[in-house]
Design a protein around this ligand. Structure first.
Ligand code: G4P
Length: 524
């Protein structure tokens, strides 16, 4: 198969949802239909099995939230599908946002009873900013739900995106009968507790009296509702979807494997193949000859027996080849990747080559950081990996004087992973950890202990916000730093950060020092 065909057949996407809407269940069912796993339950039981050997996963198991982001690739029909999993918990949203920079499209899972939830809105905002095409999967139709038209209205209003149903539910809850697939005109009847997937029934014409044989009196309701759908929603416009303006909607029940096949079949056909990526210098197209990619995630200690880290590289252009000399742009050094891994479902294997859209895992001993670019061509710097102003702060102290080295190393590596941000107060030299959520502190404490044998103690630091400051005028900058010397810190890369006690103080500083730019997100 040619290089261009390899690119065209790739579908790299993320599944996102508010916690509990069914992201994990849907991911698992997609793997099942994709033939990547044999039995349902494999994803979850795999998680638990890992939890027994990896302490990090133990947290995930205990709390029932997905902390880690992982990649699962599989072949389906003529397509190579790469699913990038994201943590659902909001305290790890930075990780999710970074992962969304590596996907070409997104499936948003919504709980049909709960509708659009807080986390769904935030995630959609990121997709909108990046113009990522989204498909909506309305899940849990086997339970009593909101009215389908109202749900679609809610999605349009709250997620600010036009919708177009491509399947339509026949009733819901205990009376749920199935879905009519508008996309390929077939009927699929719902059966709870089936292991085998029943094939759909081709059903071109819903006005045929045969429909009654399958769904009885619900046939009339379905006909009416479909007529309404066709009346209200313009025909599905593929281009509008690809531009991120229109979300096709599917209904189903992930738990009962229902509506998932429809979703997957339509997904591979309509979802985009790898899209161009932005760098500081120019747009990079996947079909370019030179290889390029960037690191969107680092994961340390996946295997507690090997103290190595894995950097997740998204390939943006050209063909990746094992052992070829590439350039690591930040250090300017050559890098030869001798054992890159591909993530095929739950297995990992060494690969000799990979294509745009693929994610490879690169073993690393501490040279790579999130946001780094690697190329075989000219120097380019991939953009768009955000780092947000943290809003919770704590001093971190060593609680075991015998383990200060371990603590320093652990903190260093966890920050490289992007678990939280580290600042050093310039006035007193104390280390400050900044996060967006409480849970991150717990993860840090737990991982320091279990992965590095280090004990830490946190001391609360009531603070409003940390923001990066920038100024073209060195005199103003030094004046500001002098005045605020007790509140000045540097981040891990040595950039100036102002720690504002309150929104009032921040506002005063902004009013007084108009030449200074206060940044609330920093791109790596
Ligand atoms: P998440 O990753 O988005 O957080 O959600 P997850 O898939 O873990 O699903 C959350 C809960 O919702 C799970 O139940 C799951 O079984 C259930 N669920 C998912 N899809 C459906 C569906 O289509 N219909 C119904 N009725 N339930 C669904 P749980 O009791 O929290 O976990 P478990 O013990 O069953 O695994």
């Amino acid at each position: 198969m040619g290089f261009l065909d390899e690119i065209k057949r790739r579908r790299t996407f993320g599944i996102v949802s508010h916690p509990d809407a069914g992201k994990t269940t849907l991911t698992e069912k997609l793997l099942l239909f994709g033939g990547a796993i044999r039995v349902a339950g494999a994803v979850k039981s795999n998680k638990i099995k890992k939890g027994a050997t990896s302490d990090f996963m133990e947290i995930e198991r205990q709390r029932g939230i997905s902390v880690a982001t992982s990649v699962m690739g599989f072949e389906y029909r003529d397509y190579k599908v790469n699913i990038l999993d994201t943590p659902g918990h909001q305290d790890f949203q930075e990780d999710t946002f970074r992962t969304l920079t590596a996907v070409d499209s997104v499936i948003i899972v919504i709980d049909a009873a709960k509708g659009v939830e807080a986390q769904t809105e935030k995630l959609m905002n990121v997709c909108r900013m990046r113009k990522t095409p989204v498909i909506v999967f309305i899940n849990k139709m086997d339970r009593p739900t909101q009215d389908s038209f109202e749900l679609l209205d809610e999605i349009e209003n709250q997620l600010q995106i036009k919708t177009r149903p491509l399947s339509w539910p026949i009733n819901n809850g205990p009376d749920f009968k199935g879905v009519y697939n508008i996309y390929n005109k077939s009927l699929r009847l719902f059966e709870a507790n089936v292991q085998e997937i029943n094939p759909g029934i081709d059903f071109e014409d819903v006005n045929s009296p045969e429909l009654e044989q399958y769904i009885g009196d619900d046939a009339d309701v379905l006909r009416e509702e479909l007529e309404l759908v066709e009346g209200v929603y313009p025909e599905f416009d593929h281009q509008e979807y690809l531009k991120g303006n229109l979300a096709p909607v599917f209904f189903g029940s992930a738990l009962y494997s229902f509506g998932v096949q429809e979703l997957l079949d339509a997904f591979v056909e309509i979802a985009p193949s790898p899209r161009p990526s932005m760098t500081e210098e120019r747009e990079v197209k996947p079909e370019e000859n030179e290889f390029s990619g960037f690191i969107f995630k680092i994961h340390a200690n996946i295997d507690p027996n090997h103290r190595s880290r894995i950097a997740f590289v998204k390939i943006c252009s050209g063909k990746f080849e094992r052992n070829k000399p590439y350039k690591h742009i930040r250090s300017g050094k050559a890098i030869r990747i001798s054992s890159p891994t591909a993530f095929m479902a739950s297995q990992r294997e060494i690969v000799d080559e990979a294509y745009p859209g693929d994610i490879i895992g690169v073993p690393d001993s501490g040279n790579l950081v999130i946001g780094d670019s690697i190329t075989s061509g000219e120097d380019i710097h991939f953009k768009g990996l955000p780092s947000f102003s943290p809003e919770m702060f704590r001093y971190i102290e060593n609680a075991d004087p015998m383990k200060s080295k371990q603590l320093a190393k652990g903190v260093d590596q966890l920050m490289d992973e992007g678990v939280a941000q580290l600042f050093t107060n310039q006035f007193n030299g104390r280390k400050i950890i900044g996060t967006v959520g409480q849970l991150q502190f717990e993860v840090i404490e737990y991982r320091l202990l279990h992965e590095y044998g280090a004990k830490c103690r946190f001391e609360n630091l009531p603070m409003h916000k940390a923001c990066w400051i920038e100024c073209n005028n060195p005199k103003t900058l030094s004046e500001f730093k002098k005045r605020k010397h007790q509140k000045m810190a540097v981040d891990k890369r040595g950039r100036d950060v102002f720690m504002a006690d309150s929104s009032f103080i921040l506002q005063m500083a902004q009013d007084e020092f108009k030449d200074i730019k206060f940044h609330f997100t920093s791109e790596f």
